[in-house]
Design a protein around this ligand. Structure first.
Ligand SMILES: C[S@@+](CC[C@H](N)C(=O)[O-])C[C@H]1O[C@@H](n2cnc3c(N)ncnc32)[C@H](O)[C@@H]1O
Length: 238
């Protein structure tokens, strides 16, 4: 995977379209594609996209009819990169991108109809080893710490009756994230599931073997390949 500035072709929902990406930008993944497919946005909705990366899901939400979309990411150049992508795709007047931690940069008192919660969520050791994240940082030692911190803040920005879209997977402490999500949402429904092969170099790494031994992550075998399972959940706040 290259981490240079360049163009990424989005082939998911409403694609194909090109996205500008820098050395700090997360390249949209299979999870991004699953999330985009799961996303339900009604005409006029206010949407928050936390962990927005290139802004891809914000752009999809805007094109699906959102009236206003706020994307937040910790990447240092998210405002420039995601704003350029929104302009390129004709949704600059609907989208606002902010740099910072989780919901912290959002306008005070904002009440969203939809929150997409796609922050980094694999164990730090796998993030460092895989190179999937330009920052090389994951979601904490078990991959669950950052998603749980995000879930703890969601009730401040999601209106009652609002929808939350959450990716999880067996490449993190999924049970801990789901326990937290179930304590917040009256209804939590799995809307997508996909088995994804783990590159052999990674599945045989000392880090992955130790995390499996510690039962933080859970891989299945198909022939000589190891796979992890990604899921997308829709939570309803009552
Ligand atoms: C799995 S990527 C998803 C990016 C984007 N949603 C997509 O589908 O391409 C997770 C994103 O979370 C961002 N992130 C990590 N820690 C964060 C934090 N504390 N607050 C906001 N964003 C964060 C990362 O920079 C990264 O862009």
């Amino acid at each position: 995977m290259t981490t240079e500035t360049g163009t990424f072709k989005w082939k998911g929902r409403l694609g194909p379209f090109d996205l500008h990406v820098s050395e700090h930008t997360f390249r949209p993944s299979t999870i991004s594609v699953l999330l985009a497919d799961a996303l339900k946005v009604s005409e006029g909705d206010t949407v928050v996209d936390v962990g927005c990366g290139s802004g891809v899901l914000s752009i999809v939400a805007a094109k699906l009819g959102a009236a206003r979309v706020y994307g937040v990411d910790a990447a240092p150049d998210v405002v420039e990169v995601a704003s350029e992508n929104a302009s390129r795709h004709g949704v600059a007047n609907i989208t606002t991108f902010l740099q910072g931690d989780l919901f912290e940069p959002l306008p005070p008192g904002l009440q969203a109809d939809v929150v997409i919660g796609d922050v980094s969520g694999i164990p730090d050791l796998i993030a460092a080893e895989s190179g999937w994240f330009p920052s090389r940082e994951g979601g904490g030692p078990r991959g669950s710490e950052l998603p749980i911190r995000m879930l703890e803040g969601v009730q401040d920005v999601l209106r009652r009756g609002g929808r939350f879209f959450l990716p999880t997977g067996t490449l993190q402490d999924e049970a801990a994230i789901l326990e937290k999500a179930r304590s917040i949402f009256a209804k939590l429904t799995q809307v997508k599931e996909r088995a994804i092969p783990l590159p052999t170099s990674l599945s045989q790494s000392a880090e992955v073997l130790q995390l499996m031994k510690d039962r933080v992550i859970d891989l299945t075998s198909r022939g000589s390949r190891k796979l992890w399972t990604a899921r997308v959940w829709e939570g309803l706040l009552v």
